[in-house]
Design a protein around this ligand. Structure first.
Ligand SMILES: NC(=O)c1ccc[n+]([C@@H]2O[C@H](COP(=O)([O-])OP(=O)(O)OC[C@H]3O[C@@H](n4cnc5c(N)ncnc54)[C@H](O)[C@@H]3O)[C@@H](O)[C@H]2O)c1
Length: 339
């Protein structure tokens, strides 16, 4: 069985692809490699892996021939990066992903899974399930929601479409991201002996370990069509909804450093508490990891020097850097090779 993973060299993809290869799948990874392809170094020599450097906005659809499943992860992957150039965010995160889904159907791919986000719920006081109203606040969240709506319309008897609204991810990955809440807390404590906490600390967020969210993609791929076709699943678990300040205290307790809080930012408008009953009851999904375990593995990796906080680990900083280069180049053909 052949799987195409877009954005496969990213934070989630570089954890998911080794899992797919371990299970014997043949994998094609379509990625611009904005963060490099060395994130897949551990599996690069696997004969079942093929890397394709291309863009979801303009790749040649012939690569979809003989693909059974598409896992569509490619995107500008957080709110601040999405705000740098909202038009580009819509082009990639909305139009680009709808293009992938449409072409997948045309080329006879059987399944398509969209990596969306619980950020589509925005700021809401109630506990949210898949039927709750959405309230996307940022260009990132809006493009996720627009992509969800359009790709679900392609679903039919010969094309299974599923949307996974992932919680905020944490844990160690070959493409490390310290812009994610738990990962950033661990880095702060490791480097400055202080946990950065966004004001006012009462905002709710759901979380999921990167290996668990990867497991969810696998589970959806392998579930019977009638359970997943045309469906949207919040991806996480009820007991990993946290308010940010108590979460910082949990992370602090997990690590061998005395906890000190460093407040930053103005009051976070994004607060959401999410119900994950559907993925649990329909597919039996349960996470294997907790924030404590995720924090500890990151701390140990930082301590041993296996991981550092280079600019590429701060997603928005890296995209800002690429956009600065983009702005200095006049030739359109070359500009497109930058971002
Ligand atoms: N990490 C999280 O907490 C989280 C939570 C919810 C949803 N998501 C979604 O999951 C997906 C994967 O997230 P991630 O954390 O692995 O992000 P990431 O930034 O680490 O990876 C995204 C990958 O997509 C590639 N890419 C970006 N634009 C591209 C384009 N136009 N064409 C081809 N490749 C392109 C990048 O090079 C990168 O390798 C994204 O859609 C993200 O929005 C992530």
């Amino acid at each position: 069985m052949q799987v195409l993973v877009t954005g496969g060299a990213g934070y989630i993809g570089s954890v998911l692809i080794p899992m797919l290869l371990d299970k014997g799948y043949e994998v094609k990874c379509l990625d611009r490699f904005f963060f490099g392809k060395e994130t897949l170094n551990d599996v690069i020599s696997n004969p079942n892996l093929e890397l394709i450097k291309d863009d979801i906005r303009w790749f040649n659809p012939k690569i979809l021939k003989d693909i059974d499943v598409v896992v569509d992860l490619a995107a500008l992957s957080n709110d601040p990066s999405g705000e740098l150039d909202p038009a580009k965010t819509f082009d990639i995160n909305y139009l680009g992903r709808v293009r992938v889904a449409k072409l997948s159907k045309e080329y006879g791919v059987k399944r398509y899974i969209l990596a969306s986000s619980c950020s589509v719920y925005g700021f809401q006081d109630v506990i949210l399930d898949e039927k709750s109203p959405t309230n996307p606040i940022t260009a990132y969240a809006k493009s996720n929601l627009m992509a969800e709506k359009d790709v679900l319309q392609f679903s039919g008897s010969s094309f299974t479409v599923t949307v996974l609204r992932q919680a905020t991810v944490y844990g160690l990955s070959p493409r490390m991201r310290f812009d994610l809440a738990i990962n950033g807390m661990v880095l702060g404590l490791f480097k400055n002996k202080k946990i950065p906490v966004m004001r006012n600390g009462e905002q709710w967020r759901p979380f999921i370990h990167v290996k668990d969210t990867s497991k969810a993609f696998l589970l959806v791929m392998e579930s019977s069509e009638d359970k997943v076709n045309g469906e949207t699943f919040n991806t996480g678990s009820n007991n990993q909804n946290y308010q940010i300040l108590p979460l910082a205290q949990i992370i602090g307790e997990a690590l061998p450093i005395t906890l000190k809080i460093e407040w930053y930012g103005s009051s976070d408008k994004r607060s959401y508490r999410v119900k994950f009953d559907k993925i649990n009851k329909t597919l039996g999904f349960k996470p294997d990891y907790t924030p404590k375990e995720g924090a500890l593995e990151i701390y140990e990796a930082l301590e041993s020097g296996r991981v550092t906080d280079s600019i590429k680990t701060k997603t928005v900083e890296w995209y800002k850097h690429l956009l600065n280069i983009y702005a200095t180049v006049k030739d359109v053909a070359i500009r497109d090779t930058i971002l």
